[in-house]
Each structure stands twice: as structure tokens, then as C-alpha cells.
Design a protein around this ligand. Structure first.
Ligand code: ZN
Length: 261
């Protein structure tokens, strides 16, 4: 995106809008509906009923399990940049008065990578949902596993997947909103295990990125490869939901699943 003093130039349609108009449209282009990335606090402010969000596990922060040089410094810098202790915020809230466990990932925090803290917080959110019989919704955005934590990052795939299975066993609905971009270990674990898999328009969703795939198969990929619309057509995504409709749709999904229970 190109920014200047007067506003933002949309990367899709090229129109210039002032920052406030874009913010008022929930970080989308007022002209063509392009969805900019959005950070957790802004999402929570829009989604949750006013004042209802109560964060849990907010004090967890990463150690340096494989003693990688420079990792602590990277974590500190990410904490300042994203104003979070790691790449996901989890809490309880209500949406139109209905209780929900909500997790929202941040791409600003080390590319939304999943290390031991992201895995643990997602796990706790899923298990809390199972225990308290509250639906769980997670907004994902991730570049994949946190390389700086080596094997401990990869373990989070199994850990979060088994927590998702517990939620399913408890008969509690699980919802995912795939946001731009959701890739790597997050796609390969808890992001694809929900009962309803939603995506934001235009979001890149995949395991390996298009450049890696192109390099491997030595073929050029079709237009829109791995975008939400492509993944909907291929069956990886159940529905694409525009940002200004998400609150309403999520509220309806909670109702729908409750009445079936
Ligand atoms: Zn636009």
C-alpha cells in the first residue's frame, strides 16, 4: 500500500482515500472493497460487544528454547512494534450478547509465526471452549512456524490439532476466519480443523507460498492462485465474508449451532 499525508492509495483500484475514510470502512477501500490487513485490537473493537472482551493468558511470553542467538532481542522489538507479548490475543467476549471465546492473530508480531506461546494460547482457548461449552472463533494470519524455536514450533501443530479434537468431542462449535496471509504450520493445523472455515476477501491462504511452488513444479500458476476466492472454489474455504458483515454472520452462526445442540 502506498501512503502519503493525505491518504492511502488502494493497491487494487489505485484510488486515493483519506486515512479516516479507510478506517471508517473497517480498513477496506471505500471504492473497491479491498481488505487491508487489520491488527487484533481493531478487530476486537469491531467484533466484540463494547467492553465485553476479557483477555486471558495475556502474560505468556516466549523463552528461547533452542538458545538461538538474537532471538530475545527480536522478541523485544516485536513486542514494541505490535504492542503485544506474542502473535495472538485470546479472551472471552460476547457478540450480540452471545458468549464466545475469541482469538485474534497479529501479522505484525514476527509475521504471525506460531511458536510455543501462540500454540499454548490457541490450545488454552480451544480447551476453555470445550470446558465452558462456549463456541471458539479464531482469526488467523501467519507466515507459518516460528523458525527461531525449531522443533518446539513444529510441536504446536500436533498440540493445537489435538485441542481442536477435544472441542469437537465436547460438541462445541469451532469457527475460523482466515485472514491475509494464512500459511505454513497454522494452515496445516488448527486453521483447517474448524466446523466452519470462513475467509476474508482476497486473503492469501496456502501452505507453501506461490513462488516456492512455482520453483518446484516449474510451471506458472493461474491468476488468483491461493487467494480466498480460489480456495473457495477448490473447497478449502466454506464461505468468504466481508469485514462489515462478519459480526452479523458470526452472531447467526452461534445461533444456528446453539439451536441444533
Ligand atoms: Zn480500491
Amino acid at each position: 500500500m502506498a501512503d502519503n499525508e493525505t491518504g492511502k492509495t488502494c493497491p487494487k483500484c489505485g484510488s486515493l482515500y483519506d486515512e479516516k475514510a479507510v478506517r471508517d470502512a473497517l480498513n477496506t477501500c471505500p471504492g473497491c472493497d479491498w481488505h487491508y490487513r487489520m491488527e487484533p485490537r481493531e478487530r476486537i473493537a469491531y467484533l466484540a460487544d463494547k467492553g465485553s472482551f476479557l483477555e486471558f493468558s495475556g502474560n505468556l511470553s516466549s523463552l528461547n528454547p533452542i538458545d538461538l542467538s538474537g532471538y530475545e532481542e527480536k522478541l523485544s522489538a516485536a513486542e514494541v512494534k505490535a504492542q503485544m507479548k506474542d502473535a495472538v490475543i485470546t479472551g472471552t467476549c460476547t457478540i450480540e450478547g452471545k458468549p464466545l471465546i475469541l482469538g485474534v492473530m497479529s501479522f505484525q508480531f514476527m509475521g504471525g509465526s506460531m511458536g510455543s506461546v501462540v500454540g499454548e494460547k490457541v490450545c488454552r482457548a480451544l480447551l476453555k471452549g470445550a470446558e465452558e461449552k462456549k463456541p471458539v472463533l479464531i482469526y488467523t494470519t501467519s507466515g507459518g512456524a516460528r523458525m527461531q524455536e525449531g522443533i518446539f514450533s513444529l510441536l504446536q501443530m500436533a498440540k493445537t490439532s489435538s485441542a481442536a479434537a477435544e472441542l469437537s468431542k465436547a460438541g462445541v462449535p469451532y469457527f475460523i476466519m482466515l485472514c491475509d496471509p494464512t500459511t505454513g504450520g497454522v494452515t496445516a493445523s488448527f486453521a483447517m480443523l474448524a466446523d466452519v472455515i470462513m475467509a476474508e476477501p482476497g486473503a492469501l491462504i496456502g501452505f507453501a507460498g506461490p513462488r516456492v511452488i512455482e520453483g518446484t513444479i516449474r510451471e506458472s500458476l493461474p491468476d488468483g492462485f491461493q487467494r480466498a476466492e480460489f480456495q473457495l472454489e477448490k473447497g478449502f474455504v466454506d464461505v468468504i465474508v466481508k469485514r462489515n458483515e462478519q459480526r452479523q454472520i458470526i452472531s447467526s452462526l452461534i445461533d444456528l449451532h446453539r439451536s441444533k445442540a
